[in-house]
Structure formats: C-alpha cells, structure tokens
Design a protein around this ligand. Structure first.
Ligand code: TXA
Ligand code: MG
Length: 360
C-alpha cells in the first residue's frame, strides 16, 4: 500500500502517526488532505534501524545521506559531532532532529524549508512497517490539524476512519506525548518531549568536551528563529479539544478569575481533568460550593507519576471531549516542581497550547 502511494495509521511509542512514502508527492498530498493540515506545517520523516543498516553506511548520518534525505556535506564541526552523539544515544526513540535536507526530499514534506525533520521510532510495528516498505516514511501525528494527538488505534479510527484504509493497532502508546524536536543549528529544543533538556545537554556537552546547554525555543526566540517559526508544534494553539477548555493557575488551586461567576449553574456540565487522585476530594469539596458535582472527573495519575500522566493526557482529554454530559473542560496543571523539565514540562506545554492563547 505504501509503495502505491497510500497512507497507513502507524503506532509509535509517542503517538500514532499517519504514514506515507516520504519521497512520493502523491502520498504526501494524501497525508495533508486526510489531516486537513496546512502546507506550511512540515512533516517528520521516519526511518528504522533495518532501513539504515541496508545502506551499508558506517553511521546513521551517512545512511541518511544514502537514503537521499540529509545533506551530510552541509554538516561539520560541532554541529556534526552533536548530531552523531544524539543519534547514538537516543535513536531509536522519541527524538526528532532537524537536519540539512537533500534536494530529493519533496518541498511538500519540509514546507520549502532547507531542513528536514528525521526520527527513528522505537515501536516494533513502526520499524516493521518501515522495513517492509523499504523506504523512509513521512508521518505526522494521525489527528486532524490542531486537534488532540491519538495515543490508541481507536482514536485514529474515530478521527480519520473512512479516510485511511488501514490502521495498524500497536496498543496504547508507551509515552503518549510527541517526540522532542531539536535543531542543532541553532541549537534549540523546538518542541519539548520526554527526552529532557538536561539529558540533551549532557550528551552534547560530552560530545563537544565543553558545557553546552540546550536552550528552549521561547516565543521570543520563535520570532527570531526561522526554523522555530516554522514549527507549528510551537503554535500557541494546538492539541485542542472541541469544547471550551481551560487550565487552572496551579496544582491544588481550583480558583480561576471569574470562574465562580461562569461556573454557577454549569458545574454539573463541567469535565474535570485532575493531576492526581490526591486532588480528588479537595476538588469535589471546592465545586460543591457552586451547585454540585462536576459531570465527569478524571485523574491523570494515581500516584503523582509524570510518565503515567503523560500516557493518559491525550486519551483523557479525548474522553472528556466526547462525553455527552460535559460541555466545558478544566484541567489541573502539573505541580510546579515536576513541570521544570522533561515530561512534566512537556505536559505543561501541551496543556497551555490546548487552552490556546485566549486564556491569558
Ligand atoms: O512523536 C512524534 O514526533 C509523532 C510521531 C508520529 O512520530 N509525530 C509528530 O508529527 O508529532 P507532527 O507532524 O504532528 O509534528 C511535527 C513537528 C511539527 O511541529 C513541525 O512543524 C516540526 O515537527 N517540524 C517538521 N519539520 C521541521 C523543520 N524542518 N524545522 C522545524 N520544525 C519542523
Ligand atoms: Mg501533530
């Protein structure tokens, strides 16, 4: 199917993707069409250990050159050292690297950028699909543009079913949040994921033999950096439920400016996404004041575990979004001490984007 330009729902360890042949314009056009994705949003190209090994190249970087994806000659010095070290340490896994592209990569895949995003997923079904196809696969998250990423095959079926002929069911995603996206030139974390800034900095510092912190692409830098500007994972509004959605200011504090006013009378249609089971009693007590129990309450983690919360985040947001009795959703953010880095920071990032810029 991949070879004749079709697209396939593909499980990965982060979220489900919608995969098609990376060098095939027809497949790329179908991906954008199925997702209703604007063409200014570039795709991530997925490779497997088997596909790279088949090139006979000595290192993943040269293999990406042989696969006509990455212009290896455009990388040298520190940037090259960083890329090799990051691939050696984090591939296969949830790290996407922004690299100089070969002219063979269709502009559609990169939105005309001079760079291409590459990732090697860890999920055995994703690797098998790439191996079987015998070529790199472009795959964005398998949701409609701007919506919540799918972490189960059923989510893809519900959102894109009918538009995709085959969805491979690889079970629920082990991580549940999209990969960390890193550019090396300039060195920036463009999208936070489970691989943290300190893990990235440690590997890079060791490779260069000098302390080299990885900066986050803040909105200020996004304005300055062309690469980041073109990374819609950085858009302020993304990953959004259909229903009105807000995030409380901090964990354990359910007061929101004006909340008491608009919640009056509507608390019974409120869908609550709590950080942990520990918040349950406090939250219910709090909302009693406003006329009863919320329509539905879900807890991201039973025991304050960020990995569990990350796995549950998108699925629970979807459940609340699909629940007939719920007409607005509020989420308790991750506790501040957990939100500084890695998954906790990535969860905070997704919640803020799901709420969109209008919240502030
Ligand atoms: O975990 C993941 O990365 C999942 C799974 C399916 O692999 N894929 C995923 O793809 O999240 P997508 O298309 O939803 O997000 C890709 C992100 C976007 O924010 C896009 O703008 C950015 O990567 N990106 C792609 N190419 C880029 C480039 N050349 N420069 C900067 N950002 C780029
Ligand atoms: Mg996406």
């Amino acid at each position: 199917m991949i070879r004749r330009g079709d697209v396939v729902g593909m499980p990965t360890e982060t979220v489900y993707g919608l995969a098609g042949a990376a060098h095939d314009e027809m497949a790329l056009t179908r991906i954008f069409g199925v997702k209703a994705r604007p063409s200014f949003d570039p795709l991530i190209i997925h490779v497997s250990p088997g596909l790279l090994a088949k090139t006979g190249a000595p290192h993943a970087l040269e293999a990406l050159g042989k696969l006509k994806l990455v212009d290896v000659s455009a990388l040298s010095g520190d940037a090259e050292k960083m890329v090799r070290a990051l691939m050696d340490r984090f591939w296969p896994g949830p790290l996407t690297l922004i690299l100089p592209k070969m002219p063979h990569v269709p502009d559609l895949a990169t939105s005309g950028l001079p760079t291409v995003a590459i990732r090697m997923p860890l999920h055995p079904v994703a690797q098998a699909l790439i191996d079987e196809s015998g070529q790199p696969l472009a795959a964005p998250s398998a949701n409609r543009f701007g919506r919540i990423s799918p972490t189960e095959a059923m989510h893809v079926e519900k959102e894109l079913g009918g538009r995709v002929e085959i969805i491979l069911d690889g079970g629920p995603c082990a991580i549940g949040l999209e990969s960390s996206v890193v550019s090396v030139n300039p060195l920036l974390l463009l999208r936070p994921g489970s691989i943290s800034q300190s893990q990235l900095s440690e590997v890079i510092s060791q490779a260069l033999g000098k302390p080299t912190p990885v900066e986050r692409a803040t909105s200020h830098m996004v304005a300055l950096s062309k690469a980041a500007q073109k990374s819609p994972g950085m858009l302020e509004s993304h990953y959004s439920p259909k229903k009105p959605f807000g995030v409380f200011k901090s964990a354990g504090d359910f007061t929101v400016p004006h909340f008491s006013k608009w919640a009056r009378g509507s608390v019974e249609t409120l869908g609550l996404l709590l950080w942990s089971r520990q918040s349950h009693a406090t939250a219910l007590e709090y909302f009693k004041k406003y006329g009863g129990d919320p329509a539905k309450v879900l807890c991201l983690t039973e025991t304050n575990d960020v990995a569990e919360a990350a796995r549950n985040l998108f699925a629970m947001l979807r459940t609340l979004d699909d629940e007939a009795d719920v007409d607005h959703i509020w989420a308790e953010p991750c506790p501040k001490d957990l939100a500084v880095e890695g998954l906790g920071y990535a969860i905070a990032d997704r919640l803020a984007r799901a709420a969109g810029p209008s919240q502030n």
